[in-house]
Design a protein around this ligand. Structure first.
Ligand SMILES: [Fe+2]
Length: 158
């Protein structure tokens, strides 16, 4: 029995899955970071940013699930333990001693920017192998997190 419904050759599926697992690793990191910001934030912008950061985490959790399940659909295995993420994430760690609202905005803007680079890179791998479905999946995530980045940059006035 085939372990995938995909018609892509195995080499393509493997390369796309590896790119997706890297995105998943960063994405799991980017799930916890806005939660830390959501919990520790204080300052004049608290009322707007506290729920916004939680929304980032909620959206990221859903994206992580989609990416992991795309890897499985392509016939490979997902990654995602905290230890794997700690070792392999391409995002900088999140400081847990920050409280100032605008500091959190800048920290999250930088990390979302890094994650967007990873999403775009994985999307290029999908494009190279004519995997329109992975390409479209990642495009939806790029669009969503570019919008989140815009909120952050607008808050910072840049
Ligand atoms: Fe909460």
């Amino acid at each position: 029995m085939k372990n995938t419904p995909s018609r892509l050759p195995e080499k393509a599926r493997k390369q796309i899955s590896e790119a997706l697992c890297a995105v998943l690793t960063d994405g799991l990191d980017l799930y916890t970071q806005p939660k830390v910001a959501h919990w520790n934030i204080k300052g004049a912008h608290f009322a707007a940013l506290h729920p916004l950061f939680d929304q980032f985490a909620t959206d990221q959790a859903a994206n992580n699930d989609e990416v992991a399940e795309r890897v499985r659909t392509l016939g490979f295995l997902a990654v995602g333990t905290a230890r794997h993420v700690a070792k392999k994430s391409r995002l900088p760690d999140y400081p847990q001693n920050v409280t100032a609202d605008l500091d959190h905005v800048a920290l999250l803007a930088e990390r979302i920017g890094r994650h967007l680079d990873g999403l775009r890179g994985a999307r290029e791998v999908a494009k190279k192998h004519d995997d329109e479905d992975t390409f479209d999946l990642l495009t939806g995530m790029v669009e969503q997190f570019e919008k989140h980045a815009w909120f952050l940059h607008a808050t910072l006035g840049n």
